[in-house]
Design a protein. Sequence first.
Length: 142
Amino acid sequence: MNFSDRLREYMEDANLSATELAVQLNCSRATVSGLLNAAHAPSTHIFIKLVTYFNCSADYILCLTDYPATDSFYPPKPFCERLRLCLKLARKSEYRLQRELKISSSLTYRWLNGKAVPAVNSLICLAGYFGCSVDFLLGRED
């Protein structure tokens, strides 16, 4: 299983075509087709729209777990707030995060000040670093 397979499952369960999902996500059909054909990973913006629309676990659709969550999720919170919380809970500094994950200071500055959000692969890496789920990192679960 991969992201494309899981996305296809959710679309089939909802009886949605690629065109209909594109309308729901306010993106192009080509974007949805690219995701279904594994031509590219979703942008974080589209990814958040997907998991919100399907009310599904980010970790499940990313194949980080084999068990879909049955709970409802909160609306995503600003990433900068969640990153600050994760740093606090892990008792790690911004500098240590940069050093241990080899992330530039300008990038962490942009994340912590709400100027940018990480790519989906970076979300996965950060969740692993903090020992939390991607859903927690996005503020969709406590």
